[in-house]
Design a protein around this ligand. Structure first.
Ligand code: C2E
Ligand code: MG
Ligand code: MG
Length: 622
């Protein structure tokens, strides 16, 4: 000021003064020099205006532009600026920045239950706690609501930030007393590290937010590091979900029906509804190509309810055409365990009053019971008792505690999984499982059906073991509802099944029949494989003592002492002969003596037929 006015010039400026009481005040001042003869100032005139209020207001505006009014923490604008500074620092020092997105768990109920004032006071307290756990140079900011952003400086690794994050989480989750009430919240944190994640501020914020969402999914009071790979997957998954939703809206889904038959009566009694996506470009897409994408999403429930509705529409249609078939639909576990499952089902059933609800069967994967057996059971019970629908346990035998499930779950029907059925002629452990499940069904008094019956032999074998109902390519493949009509018209029951079931068999008889069936099957297989391209190999179960169904059978009847020693010994001898010829066949392969094979094939055939004959005699003479 003096510099200016001694030169005879006017000075303008704001002056901060102090009152005697020690309060500051601002004065806008203009000092005008009055000049004497020699053009030197001889007097000064000062014009003063108190502008304290203006300045305070200005400061407040400034603060409001950069700070959160409630907590006094920097807001997003300021933190973006601080980020720029921190970024330059970390480029110079070669360290990393941790951008952490913080979100309180269960803050909303506090606001709702205790009022906004309490909510605000809690936020202030939490802001203070977070701030008190930061180092100098770190920044915490409130983004709004119950969201905070943290920028940690000089970080070497995620491991290193974990300690800080845990400290903050622990501090935040201590109870807060407000108006004699104790409130408590926890904190979920998502982190992304710059420059590992070399993005701009907004993107980093979004990434940290996504990681925070993952932390929430993992349970509350967790933290998670942003994973760019998973992010790509999420984007892709979201696209796929949108595509599936659009397909549903565009009515590109269709239910196919696979008939279920009773081999003893020859009747078709029902069909399983199986969803298909008829894609305008890609054609038919099978369910396992798209259902896993919607797993555990809302869309899974929407599709599930659509399937139930379509099935009921179909039942309604069939009734009007005089066709009496039950339909089973597959229910995903997320759908079943969803809160509205029973109510939704009831509402859909109500739309089709002429359909008797017991014609609808829900197929529940045995493995969905793994999540919560009790809840699954109570839902099953409501479906059966209140709504009158039937329930089947699908893919039975694939869960790891099938026995417990059988005891705890009141399902009407057990559906033997196709993997066991498909291989039961080849693999004695699979046939043992099938036999076991059949025994369980009868012990627990449940209906039984086998899926994956691909051949006549599968059906016969099941009949011999005591299972009458089947479904599988051996009867029919899944088909559109129009195709079902003509299929039903042309349907002829399998005569060998009918014939076999036409008279009752004793347990012994069934045992012998089973052996003969397997022996014939293997005779056919062996001769076929020796005939074409010399494909018989040591890996064929019947050629491998350890896994041979025939040897298994012989051992079983030996243990059970069902037959006389004489016949048993004859059988064992025949089996040894079979093994001997097998070894000779391998020698022929090794020496490329393919001509010899023809003789060996004849010998093999004779042995198989001997064994079948001995089995017959066992039945006749014990
Ligand atoms: P699932 O319920 O066990 O259905 C049987 C599957 O085996 C069907 O496959 C069927 O086409 C196939 N299959 C039937 N017989 C045979 C056979 O003899 N041999 C062989 N190799 N396969 C046979 P799809 O239609 O591809 O369905 C696969 C799975 O997708 C179903 O297994 C079911 O778990 C699920 N799924 C199908 N439709 C729906 C649906 O509408 N909702 C839900 N939640 N799941 C469905
Ligand atoms: Mg099924
Ligand atoms: Mg199944």
């Amino acid at each position: 000021m003096w510099d200016t006015i001694v030169q005879g010039k006017v000075w303008h400026g704001d002056v901060k003064n102090k009152t005697k009481q020690g309060d500051y005040f601002w004065v806008r001042t203009t000092v005008v020099p009055m000049l004497g003869q020699d053009n030197k100032p001889i007097q000064y005139i000062a014009i003063r205006t108190d502008i304290t209020e203006n300045i305070t207001q200005q400061n407040m505006l400034e603060k409001m532009a950069h700070y959160d009014v409630l907590t006094g923490l920097p807001n997003r604008v300021l933190v973006a600026d601080r980020f720029k500074q921190a970024r330059s620092h970390c480029k110079r020092s070669g360290t990393k920045l941790a951008i952490c997105f913080l979100d309180l768990d269960d803050f909303k109920p506090i606001n709702d239950n205790y009022g906004h004032e309490t909510g605000d006071r809690l936020l202030i307290e939490i802001a203070n706690r977070i701030q008190s756990h930061l180092r100098e140079g770190d920044t915490v900011s409130r983004l709004g609501g119950d969201e905070f952003l943290l920028i940690l400086n000089d970080v070497m690794s995620f491991e290193q930030c974990k300690q800080t994050l845990e400290r903050i989480q622990n501090a935040v989750s201590l109870p807060v007393m407000i108006n004699h009430q104790s409130c408590q919240v926890s904190l979920s944190i998502g982190v992304t590290l710059y420059p590992d994640d070399n993005s701009d501020f907004d993107t980093l914020l979004r990434h940290a937010d996504k990681a925070m969402y993952q932390a929430k999914l993992a349970g509350k009071h967790c933290y998670a590091l942003f994973n760019p790979e998973r992010d790509l997957q999420t984007i892709e998954k979201n696209q796929q979900l949108t595509e599936i939703q659009q397909a549903l809206d565009a009515q590109q889904f269709q239910l196919y029906y696979q008939p279920k038959v009773n081999m003893v009566t020859g009747t078709v009694f029902g069909a399983e509804a199986l969803i298909r996506w008829i894609h305008p470009d890609k054609g038919l897409i099978p369910p396992l190509d798209f259902l896993p994408i919607v797993e555990k999403t809302e869309l899974e429930i929407t599709i599930g309810n659509w399937v139930i509705e379509q099935a009921l529409k179909q039942l309604d249609d069939w009734i009007k055409q005089g066709i009496k078939l039950e339909i089973s639909v597959n229910i995903a576990s997320h759908h079943l365990l969803g809160e509205t499952f029973c109510a939704d089902l009831e509402a859909i059933l109500a739309k089709y009053p002429i359909v008797d609800s017991q014609y609808l069967q829900l197929e529940i994967l045995e493995t969905s019971a793994l999540e919560d057996v009790r809840r699954v059971d109570s839902i099953i019970e409501i479906c059966q008792k209140n709504l009158g629908v039937k329930v089947a346990l699908d893919d039975f035998g694939t869960g790891y505690s099938s026995l417990t499930h059988l005891r705890c779950l009141g399902a009407d029907t057990i559906k033997i999984d196709q993997s066991f059925v498909r291989d039961m002629l080849d693999d004695p452990s699979d046939s043992a499982i099938v036999e076991g499940v059949i025994g369980l069904a009868s012990a627990f008094n449940r209906e039984l059906i086998a899926e994956g019956v691909e051949t006549e032999e599968h059906g016969l074998m099941l009949l011999m073991m005591g299972c009458k109902k089947v479904q599988g390519y051996g009867v029919a493949k899944p088909m559109s509802s129009e195709a079902v009509l003509s299929w039903l018209e042309d349907y002829q029951p399998n005569l060998r099944w009918l014939q076999y079931a036409s008279r009752p068999r004793s347990i012994l008889e069934s045992k012998i029949d089973l052996f003969k069936l397997v022996a014939r099957y293997w005779m056919k297989e062996c001769l076929h494989k020796m005939d074409v391209m010399h494909r018989m190999s040591a890996s064929m179960p019947v050629m491998n003592n350890k896994a041979c169904p025939l040897e298994n059978w012989i051992n079983q009847i030996k243990q059970q002492q069902l037959f006389s020693n004489i016949n048993l010994q004859r059988m064992e001898k025949a089996y040894e002969e079979l093994l001997k010829i097998r070894d000779e066949v391998y020698v022929c392969y090794q020496k490329s003596e393919y001509k010899q094979l023809e003789t060996k094939a004849e010998e093999l055939k004779t042995v198989f037929e001997d064994m079948i004959q001995i089995a017959d005699q066992m039945l006749e003479f014990g």
